[in-house]
Design a protein around this ligand. Structure first.
Ligand SMILES: Nc1nc2c(ncn2[C@@H]2O[C@H](COP(=O)(O)OP(=O)(O)O)[C@@H](O)[C@H]2O)c(=O)[nH]1
Ligand SMILES: [Mg+2]
Length: 330
């Protein structure tokens, strides 16, 4: 073979070898690029994962703090529960529905048969009938006028205690004025006539000027003055004169009241003068009848108004007072 041919064979062998190398090189470069791409994407993945990890760490921190908050709250609730249990146990030991009574004393005086018991019973029990009255020396009636309920503390019952004397023991009533711890109200009852039983057994009243005169004499100024002494005046909120048995007089209500006030004018003016001089006690004069019910509601309303503290009214009493003031204005 000529040297030229040999050369061309060598060069073609060489060029085939060069191409092979180049292909190999190309492949290596491609593989390197693939690896580089994969590395980049792994790096990106790693970045995302580490972001997620820090977010998760943050969330974990928040969870931890809310867990410790919840634990603290749980502990507080448990302590409160224990305290409540203790309170319940303490309440169980306290007497239930404890009732405290506030008693207001009202003394009723007047001559025998003038109607003290009848009036008092009407007050203590509005459904009572006059024929149920039996003569007595001394009776004490009670009427709960209101009840106050509060969320804590006892039920407060406001009770009017009415002391009613039989007429022949009138002096006892006056003595009691000095011995009682407190007299909150005083009711003097007089009447306009004698109640008698007729042949049919029915009770009827007959006007008697003589009886009026006797009753005025039964309350001499010297005796009445005792009622206006400083000690009594300091706690006695009202002196009320009730001229009973208005059904003994003839005429309409206004005429009957005028007649009765005129008949008892001497007693009324003495009481008014003594009141002015003592300067403290309220005086009320009412004409009415325990039999017909004339002014009896107003008598009770007057005692409540004068004696019961304003904060002691309950809804039932307020309703009753409203009814009295709208139905029978004085
Ligand atoms: N017609 C009439 N009779 C009355 C009245 N109030 C009381 N009575 C009667 O008078 C009598 C004496 O009443 P009572 O209350 O016992 O008088 P006390 O002695 O003052 O307690 C009884 O028969 C009663 O029925 C009234 O307003 N009118
Ligand atoms: Mg009586």
């Amino acid at each position: 073979m000529s040297s030229i041919t040999t050369l061309s064979v060598i060069s073609s062998v060489l060029s085939v070898g060069g191409i092979g190398m180049s292909i190999q090189l190309l492949r290596t470069v491609r593989a390197y690029r693939d690896i580089e791409r994969q590395l980049l994407s792994r790096q990106q993945e790693f970045g995302a994962i580490s972001q997620q990890a820090s977010a998760a760490e943050l969330a974990l921190g928040e969870l931890r703090s809310s867990l410790s908050e919840a634990t603290a709250q749980k502990q507080q609730r448990e302590e409160e529960y224990v305290a409540l249990l203790r309170q319940v146990e303490a309440l169980k030991l306290q007497p239930r529905n404890e009732i405290v009574r506030r008693v207001y004393n009202i003394v009723t005086v007047g001559m025998s048969q003038c109607g003290k018991t009848a009036l008092t019973l009407k007050w203590a029990n509005p459904l009572f009938r006059l024929r149920d009255v039996t003569p007595t020396q001394f009776v004490k009636y009670e009427r709960t006028v209101s009840r106050q309920f509060s969320k804590s503390g006892p039920i407060v019952e406001h009770v009017f205690e009415i002391r009613d004397w039989g007429g022949e023991h009138m002096a006892n009533a006056f003595i009691e004025l000095f011995t009682l711890e407190s007299v909150n109200g005083m009711l003097i009852v007089v009447d306009l006539g004698e109640t008698q039983q007729d042949q049919d057994g029915r009770m009827s009243v007959k006007f008697s000027e003589e009886r009026v005169r006797k009753q005025i004499e039964a309350f001499p100024e010297a005796m009445l003055k005792l009622c206006f002494n400083e000690r009594i005046v300091s706690h006695c909120k009202t002196f009320t004169l009730f001229i009973n048995k208005s059904d003994a007089l003839v005429g309409d209500l206004q005429q009957v009241e005028q007649q009765a006030l005129l008949l008892y004018a001497p007693l009324i003016s003495t009481l008014q003068r003594l009141q002015r001089e003592s300067g403290m006690v309220d005086i009320e004069v009412l004409v009415g009848s325990a039999s017909s019910g004339h002014n009896t509601q107003n008598l009770f309303a007057h005692f409540i108004e004068k004696i019961l503290p304003l904060d002691a009214y309950d809804p039932a009493l307020l309703q009753m007072m409203h009814t009295v003031s709208t139905e029978s204005p004085r």
